[in-house]
Design a protein around this ligand. Sequence first.
Ligand SMILES: Nc1nc2c(c(=O)[nH]1)N[C@H]1C(S)=C(S)[C@@H](COP(=O)(O)O)O[C@H]1N2
Ligand SMILES: [Mo]
Length: 200
Amino acid sequence: MNALTPGFRGRRRTVDDRVPPGQYLTEDFPVLSAGPTPSVAAATWTFSVTAETGERREWDRAQFAALPHETPTVDIHCVTRWSKLDTRWRGVSVDTLLSGLGTDAVFAVAHSFDGYTTNMPLQDLRGGKAWVVTEYEGKPLPAEHGGPARLLVPHLYFWKSAKWVSGLTLHTEDRPGFWERAGYHDYGDPWTEQRYQEGF
Ligand SMILES: Nc1nc2c(c(=O)[nH]1)N[C@H]1C(S)=C(S)[C@@H](COP(=O)(O)O)O[C@H]1N2
Ligand SMILES: [Mo]
């Protein structure tokens, strides 16, 4: 590239700019689960969204596969200090899953088939920032990484990206999830190192 191209001079993002404080880069993909990998049969898999009003929608595998899909390439950051750049996924934007749903909710909880839960502001799942993904690097998502489907919320620490996700519930009040009740930060911004709550 011509070093003097207007608009690029001194403005290119380097790898260092993409690694949040206190993180190191890894090329491999560590597996981190609180318990054993649950077996979730793809044939009977469903995903649901339930609003605070009780309004509920559910997709089976075929219905989910028929939704418009996206292929995000994103950087992920685990609270255990590894970060991984340019991970490639395929799945459905949460915007698509929430589209047309009437809700006054401000918070969401992701629920998983292993009983895991994690909470976040609903706003963090909207605006092209979160997906329910079923493929990683062009292949079906491996079970140990959350297959058949996991939530992907790359702008927050990776514990928010619930593996084996079964659905979202929407709430008017914050409901801390599994790690958040155990002392992890309620929000989990990697860029300001929101790792653990004060006092834990
Ligand atoms: N259902 C479920 N999802 C989960 C977890 C879990 O134990 N159960 N662990 C979380 C944590 S702490 C991290 S860091 C990431 C790890 O994802 P990976 O195993 O694909 O690297 O998954 C998150 N999602
Ligand atoms: Mo984690």
